[in-house]
Write a protein that binds this ligand. Structure first.
Ligand code: HEC
Length: 115
């Protein structure tokens, strides 16, 4: 009985570590949903490729810190998104989604275009 009680806090701590680890790890899949849900796609295109109204965000998005700072404080054409509207977790997921978008092929690697 004593052994089981002694183990309790350790198991609890491990559980907390695991669950907070899960919260920190950004998910590109969830980010894609958040990118659509928060309307980013309407100005930036569904893959962040840029469009009529918004800048290109992917591939190779800016670092997460710069990205977050911009989204929170934007004061030109793009509306700012306060944390109450878009959580840091969702924003990190969106960043992970943009990071997961592959770079376009270089035309120099396409034989047909290099004859
Ligand atoms: C109403 C259109 C609109 C929406 C919606 C929008 N943006 Fe933007 N965004 C822009 C425009 C336009 C710019 C270029 C800077 C400016 O004029 O404000 C921009 C710039 C940015 C930049 C900086 C890009 C750079 O290279 O400087 C980031 C990052 C960004 N947007 C992320 C987002 C995210 C994430 C969302 C969704 C939560 C979003 N935007 C929603 C219009 C939009």
């Amino acid at each position: 009985m004593r052994g089981v009680l002694g183990l309790g806090p350790a198991v609890l701590a491990a559980g907390l570590l695991l669950s907070s680890g899960g919260a920190i790890a950004a998910s590109a899949e969830k980010g894609k949903a958040a990118f659509i849900q928060h309307g980013c796609w309407q100005c930036h295109g569904t893959e962040g490729q840029g469009g009529q109204a918004g800048a290109r965000l992917a591939p190779e998005p800016m670092p997460l810190e710069t990205f977050t700072a911009f989204v929170r404080t934007s004061n030109r054409t793009m509306p700012p998104y306060p944390e109450a509207v878009l959580s840091n977790e969702d924003l990190a997921d969106i960043h992970a989604y943009l990071q997961a978008i592959p770079k376009r092929a270089d035309y120099k690697d396409i034989p047909l275009l290099n004859q």
